[in-house]
Design a protein around this ligand. Structure first.
Ligand code: ME8
Length: 621
């Protein structure tokens, strides 16, 4: 009865896509139907609306809608990483994508933002890893969590929050969330059996398994996707009525085509939602899993590690008290391996707890090594500390963000890092700064003046003959730089940071061609006409460099800072909303004209050398 009385509240609180849909839990409140016997899917053998006594509620403040408009808040998140082994470059890639988006947003002067990350510390996987390492779970988590903290800090990931699921504030939020699920009628107790995959911390249906042999040559079953062994598990669990959310989830996605990007992943989720969506086991027997949060009012059960972990996105914004200031203005950056947890289970859990699904889920593919996904068991894990040591923070950040394509897997090898970074950062960008600021060419070390007579404003750049000294090609090139900031902003918005970088590099190369084409070193300073043209060439080049430096800040913050400092661009002049380009060409004044350049601090980016050692993981736990 209690569940039914609370249904309207649960539905009312979910203020989004499913508001008009039939109440998912009303339909589900009856005992769930048994699946056909012999079904290869994990089965519920019996079930019932065995609701528990309600938790004593913490006082719930009125929900506040997240702000909208230009000053709106946004929480960006990375997954919280398992504390069973040291970080690798796949983890770093997720964090860098989120960091670049966070930094880009800050530079745009968007409203308050947070970037959350952290470590996922409970579950069988951690319990077993600690036993294997001859230590206790808390000790292992302490060590591994601090490695993740260090790696992200070292890579200049500007996170504002680092959540550890072992923290009391998080555990309290999880208990409260559990209470909301239970009170909303979303849980029942049932006997459950199926193939459990500990490394993935989930049950897998028969269709996702294949036959294999274990280390002793005995036949066993493994996950088709990851190759990890699964074990038959049968126990009494709490079940979440996921099946009741199939229609609300479909509606949410149909109404929000931007909710999951890139689009192929959106389609993948829609496809999953066409298939059977069985209820989800959301607890484990405590006798098997001690390392986790006990189910409130039932100390024989431990809350499923994925429910525990997903709630980190709420606990970080102060659930259950202050989350309304942020929720649901949340963008989750996740790898494709955990898409189902974020795009199916999480929104359904949120709806069941009376909350809206996250605004966006930004999904990326995997880094592979020789075509195989990095994994500790394969011993092909690439160490971020070693990579940063070898290629520098900015060099490695640039490489991962430039070469990583969210839509498809990308193979890592050291030669590629050296090639990309040397050609694009050291040679193209660094070379351009070096050439255009060399004392031989710019002896006054100033941001020189632009001459309208040399580069007059034209309506059609194909008709420039006899007008000034700039060619049609020059007009075309400055037009592409002028459109770059908007292009870059659109690519960031579309979660295609690699494309933003591709466009920037293209413009850098065009600028080098512009410089080369006009051979400024051949111009005679003593001739006033030549001097005007020389200054204009340098002015245009420095304007381009200023735009590139500004746009590159979210990706290579240290190098961009050096570049902008060399061009004497003040900190308050580095924002994206006020970014101008070639104001003088448009008849406006340019605040940089005539300004003394900043000190020359040497080569902008030193060429990298190929490492003698591959950057395979060396950190020992
Ligand atoms: O799944 N390439 O943690 P996890 C790119 N604790 N990214 C990769 C990658 C690769 N080869 N390998 C891992 C968990 N990642 C859960 C998450 S969130 C509530 C709980 C990145 O340590 C990618 O983001 O296995 C992937 O989704 C995540 O690390 C998995 O990290």
């Amino acid at each position: 009865m209690q569940a039914r009385q609370r249904l309207p509240l649960a539905q009312h609180l979910y203020n989004g896509a499913c508001a008009a849909a039939r109440s998912p839990l009303a339909a589900a409140a009856a005992p769930p139907p048994a699946l056909p016997g012999g079904s290869p899917l994990p089965r519920r053998l019996y079930g019932g609306a065995a609701m528990l006594r309600p938790l004593r509620r913490l006082s719930r403040p009125p929900r506040r809608a997240a702000a909208t408009g230009p000053g709106r808040r946004l929480l960006l998140s990375t997954p919280i990483f398992y504390a069973n082994g040291p970080p690798h470059i796949g983890h770093l890639y997720s964090a860098l994508l989120a960091d670049a988006l966070h930094r880009h947003r800050r530079l745009r002067g968007a409203g308050p933002g947070r970037l959350s990350t952290g470590t996922d510390e409970h579950g069988l996987k951690i319990q077993q890893a600690a036993a294997a390492a001859g230590t206790s779970p808390p000790e292992l988590c302490e060590r591994v969590s601090s490695l993740f903290h260090q790696a992200l800090t070292h890579a200049a990931v500007s996170f504002t929050d680092f959540t550890r699921t072992s923290e009391p504030r998080h555990q309290r939020a999880v208990r409260y969330f559990w209470g909301a699920l239970r009170d909303g009628g979303a849980l029942y107790k049932g006997s459950y059996e199926g193939w459990y995959c500990t490394p993935e911390e989930c049950f897998l249906p028969e269709s996702q398994l294949t036959e294999h042999r274990d280390a002793q040559g005995r036949p066993c079953k493994v996950s088709l996707e990851t190759g990890h062994q699964v074990h038959w598990t049968k126990e009494e669990n709490y079940m979440f009525r996921l099946s009741a959310f199939q229609d609300p989830l479909r509606k949410w996605l149909r109404d929000n085509p931007q909710a999951i990007s890139p689009h192929p992943f959106y389609q993948r989720v829609l496809h999953w939602l066409e298939e059977d969506l069985p209820d989800l086991s959301v607890s484990r027997e405590r006798s098997r899993l001690q390392w986790g949060i006990p189910v409130p009012s039932d100390s024989t059960q431990t809350i499923y590690v994925w429910v525990d972990a997903l709630v980190n996105y709420l606990s970080v914004v102060g659930y259950p008290e202050t989350h309304g200031e942020w929720w649901p203005a949340v963008h989750h950056v996740v790898g494709k391996d955990i898409l189902k947890f974020h795009a199916v289970y999480w929104p359904a859990l949120l709806m069941a707890a009376g909350l809206a699904p996250p605004e966006r889920i930004l999904v990326h593919s995997h880094w592979t090594v020789h075509g195989q996904k990095m994994s500790k068991s394969l011993g092909n894990v690439i160490d971020p500390f070693a990579c940063i040591g070898q290629y520098t923070v900015d060099g490695f950040r640039y490489f991962l963000l430039r070469q990583g394509v969210p839509e498809r897997d990308c193979d890592y090898y050291d030669e590629k890092v050296v090639k990309v970074v040397n050609s694009e950062l050291a040679d193209a960008l660094g070379g351009l700064l070096n050439r255009s600021t060399a004392l031989s060419i710019n002896p006054s070390n100033t941001y020189p003046c632009f001459s309208e007579s040399c580069f007059p404003k034209v309506l059609d750049y194909r008709e420039t003959k006899g007008m000034g000294r700039a060619s049609a090609e020059d007009y075309e090139f400055v037009a592409s730089v002028a459109s770059l900031p908007l292009q870059v902003a659109n690519y960031f918005e579309g979660f295609q940071i690699y494309k933003a970088l591709e466009c920037i590099v293209l413009c850098v190369r065009q600028t080098n061609s512009f410089f080369q084409r006009h051979r400024p070193w051949k111009l005679n300073r003593k001739d006033p006409a030549e001097q005007l043209w020389l200054d204009t060439i340098i002015h245009v080049t420095l304007e381009c460099l200023r735009v590139y430096g500004t746009l590159l800040q979210p990706v290579i913050p240290h190098t961009a800072d050096r570049l902008l400092s060399r061009l004497a661009v003040e900190p308050e002049e580095r924002g994206l909303s006020s970014l101008t380009f070639l104001a003088r060409y448009n008849g406006k004044s340019c605040p940089f004209e005539g300004r003394q350049l900043g000190p020359d601090t040497g080569i902008l980016f030193h060429r990298l050398e190929k490492s003698r050692q591959p950057q395979i993981e060396t950190k020992k736990l």
